[in-house]
Design a protein around this ligand. Sequence first.
Ligand code: ADE
Length: 350
Amino acid sequence: MNEPGRDWPQRLLRWYRAHARELPWREERTPYRTWVSEVMLQQTKVEAARAYYTNWLEKFPTPQAVAAADESEVLHAWQGLGYYSRARNLQRAMREVAADYDGEIPADETALRALPGVGPYMAGAILSLAFNQPVPAVDGNVLRVISRLYGRADDIMKAKARREVTALVAKIMPQDEPGAFNEALMDLGATVCIPKVPRCEACPLRADCVAYKAGRTRELPVRIVRTKQQLRYVAVAVWERDGTYLLRKRPARGLLASMWEFPSGEGETAAAARADLTAKWAPELGEACWERRHVFSHRIWEMRACYATALRPPEKEEVGMFTADELLKLPLAGPHARLAAALLRKEYIE
Ligand code: ADE
């Protein structure tokens, strides 16, 4: 009653053989393809990742192609996926793979973990999915499935819960099909054992599930989120001359590092943001021409853009004037890409 049946992994695998989702990265498994798709899927839903994945492989078919590309090309291919450090780490890792491993991704946990951006989940996913090694790959989906299945009531945001779930999966995973088992857990979590109101009627593990039997599937898993998104106001200056726009490159560290954006100021109120912008960049601003709220994981930007009627870029900033075509090829910082698109389509408030 308080433990799932010992043969649940086999039941799950049978379900997976019948219900696995058709996804582009499952068609031809290579370590590189697995790597790219898993990095994309870290903070992005499967449906949104599809097009990015296909486009990425056309542009960068091999680790060497990523290694040889300019960072700006890589960031441009990533534009819209967010969390740009993932793209930068992917490129840095492929540069090391090209330089130190002759372009072959190593099939070894220690070697993988030493590469940029590779944590326990990534290493487990690459080793199990691409090399069929029996290593767990515990993401949020797997934590949810296992918490419900075993009736775990501790906070899954804690490292201890992740460690214990990883140990459990390592012990129970079928040694001959570790990749399929890991992906089956992910698919079950993504399509059946979903957050809030799971689809238990479709679940192959219902008879095993401690949470289901106790009527507690809506309470589990316990997930305590402590960080509240911080609200910041961002005032943006649009400076256009003869069809070219002035952009600045953000600093190499911090949020949206090295991405391009329209000059901006920030503050805790709209007036403070405007004052910051006029002090740093644009002593004279016209009427607001565009407004948008952009939600990041830990921050919300309440943005308002205005045409500048005078501009004085600070000396140490890296700036450039770009035509519409050039603008669309630059790696633009998240919401600034939307502002650029709105300006070029002339969708602004006049
Ligand atoms: N989410 C992250 N990796 C995944 C995978 N390989 N299959 C399905 N969902 C995933």
